[in-house]
Design a protein around this ligand. Structure first.
Ligand SMILES: Cc1cc2nc3c(=O)[nH]c(=O)nc-3n(C[C@H](O)[C@H](O)[C@H](O)COP(=O)(O)OP(=O)(O)OC[C@H]3O[C@@H](n4cnc5c(N)ncnc54)[C@H](O)[C@@H]3O)c2cc1C
Ligand code: SF4
Length: 446
């Protein structure tokens, strides 16, 4: 093991970096789209629609692509899922709509639903064509805490229904993990920012940046000032490694590093280790591993405490990481960080299957990529007022919390899938429930 950690910027040329971070799935050409659309059986009671968390009428939008009605197709998609553009890029379709496609049994290959969805929606975002109108103002006010996919989806639907919405968002940009988390090669060319602007274009949504629940606002204060409240503050915290010295130089939270990477004007300026170890087995672990490699790390190893079949990352994602040069090791957990000159230089792992079995992986950087959680300490009284399960907010089918007038959705609620598309669905379902509640109150003269 050499004396100094090898971490530096500019490991690869600008050209190589551009290639490594290029669009993972370039858009379909018109003829490719027609050929794929023609493969759809237009099933009655389509299983793909049932498998989509937002319930998009998939055969309906594919039929419109076939007949050349792209605008109508986009309308079908976006009326169920206003982030249909982002979801087309980031949904793990292999375990959602495309897994359910009947073509899998007949031909071992589904209709490329995600790619077709992108084909139909891209022109709308490129030309910024409005497809939805805001209904007359109702005079009712709703606060949305957190401007990620859940909050934006909720805000858009509420605004469409004529309610006045205020989004409270501590960060400089809206979009949540769409802007700061999703891998750069899944959403290049500032797509997340364009999509957010499109959503705000409906009107009736005020955004208060720099204001966080718990730091600048309290739950009771918001409940008193608004007719209803939606909580979509995601998971802002990460668990430690459970080792004494995990605050060392060279040990980082994967989500923080990814946020920096997503916002970096020049990726060549980002320092990355020659040898990188990633601890975790979900999407975040895959993303930090692949992106470290794309930045020029020579050896990237993901280590997961259980087997590959137990990982949250799908088989497709695991294979993708391996194709991009990431090694995956399983059934081991970190036992000790190896330190030289105050900097991490390696990790000693112990087997989770065979007692006493250990090995060391040299590393210049170690990423913690597991155990994202709600930072309840920073949210003050919120945790005491709301009913929680496993440290996430309990909601019913309409995304109502235990507190009257308060709804929640996205990653901060219990029982969700921790996917963009599920957060969008939560926001939509909550908005429709809030609308019914406000109308009911109105009819009772409250
Ligand atoms: C690295 C990474 C990669 C991912 N890749 C994929 C993928 O490829 N495909 C996929 O489907 N899903 C992916 N996910 C999951 C997906 O991004 C999330 O499920 C989704 O963003 C959840 O949306 P949300 O609105 O609940 O939370 P978030 O996107 O986290 O948004 C929460 C918002 O609330 C704000 N906030 C936080 N605290 C407060 C506060 N106290 N007061 C007010 N606002 C607050 C935040 O700043 C943020 O804007 C990934 C997640 C990570 C971490
Ligand atoms: S939103 Fe996602 S799951 Fe639903 S149809 Fe589109 S790509 Fe498939």
């Amino acid at each position: 093991m050499s004396d100094k950690a090898d971490i530096r910027a500019g490991r690869l040329s600008g050209e190589k970096l551009d290639a490594n971070f290029a669009d993972m799935h370039p858009p379909l050409t018109p003829s490719e789209a027609i050929i794929d659309a023609d493969r759809c059986y237009f099933c009655y009671d389509a299983p793909c629609t049932t498998a989509c968390p937002t319930g998009i009428d998939i055969p309906g939008f594919i039929q419109k692509i076939r007949s050349g009605n792209l605008k109508g197709s986009a309308h079908t998609i976006l009326s169920e899922n206003i982030m249909g553009g982002m979801c087309a890029r980031v949904c793990p379709t292999e375990v959602l709509c495309e897994e359910a496609c009947v073509r899998n049994t007949h031909e071992d290959r589904p209709v490329r639903i995600g790619m077709l969805q992108r084909y139909a929606t891209d022109p709308i975002f490129e030309s910024n064509t409005p497809l939805f109108e805001r209904q007359p103002a109702t005079g009712r006010k709703v606060a949305v805490v957190g401007g990620g996919p859940a909050g934006l989806s909720c805000a858009h639907r509420l605004a469409m229904l004529g309610h006045a919405v205020t989004i409270y968002e501590p960060r400089e940009k809206l979009g949540g993990l769409n802007e700061y988390g999703i891998a750069a090669y899944k959403t290049p060319d500032e797509f997340a920012t364009r999509e957010t602007e499109y959503i705000l274009g409906i009107g009736g949504i005020e955004v208060r940046h720099g204001e966080a629940l718990g730091r600048d606002l309290e739950l009771d204060e918001l409940r008193a000032s608004y007719d209803a409240l939606f909580l979509g503050f995601g998971l802002a915290g990460v668990n430690g490694l459970g080792l004494d010295n995990d605050r060392l130089e060279g040990v980082a939270n994967a989500v923080d590093y990814i946020a920096m990477l997503r916002q970096a004007p020049d990726k060549a300026a980002l320092p990355v280790g020659r040898r990188v170890v990633v601890i975790g087995g979900g999407m975040t672990a895959i993303d930090i591993a692949v992106q470290s490699k794309a930045l020029g790390a020579e050896v990237v190893t993901m280590v997961y405490r259980r087997g590959q079949e137990n990982m949250n990352a799908s088989d497709y994602e695991q294979e993708f990481a391996q194709i991009r040069g990431v090694s995956i090791r399983t059934w081991a957990k970190p036992r000790k960080l190896i330190v030289k000159g105050g900097h991490v230089r390696g990790v000693e792992f112990e087997s989770t299957q065979v007692a006493g079995d250990t090995y060391v992986l040299e590393s210049d950087m170690v990423f913690k990529a597991f155990g994202q959680k709600v930072l309840w300490d920073e949210l003050h009284d919120t945790a005491q007022i709301l009913e929680l399960e496993k440290e996430r907010i309990t909601v019913d089918g309409e995304r109502r919390t235990s507190l009257p007038g308060v709804w929640a959705g996205g990653d901060c609620v219990f029982g969700g899938k921790d996917l963009t598309v599920s957060a969008v669905q939560d926001g939509k379902v909550a908005a429709l429930s809030i609308d019914r509640y406000l109308k009911d109150q109105g009819s009772r003269g409250e």
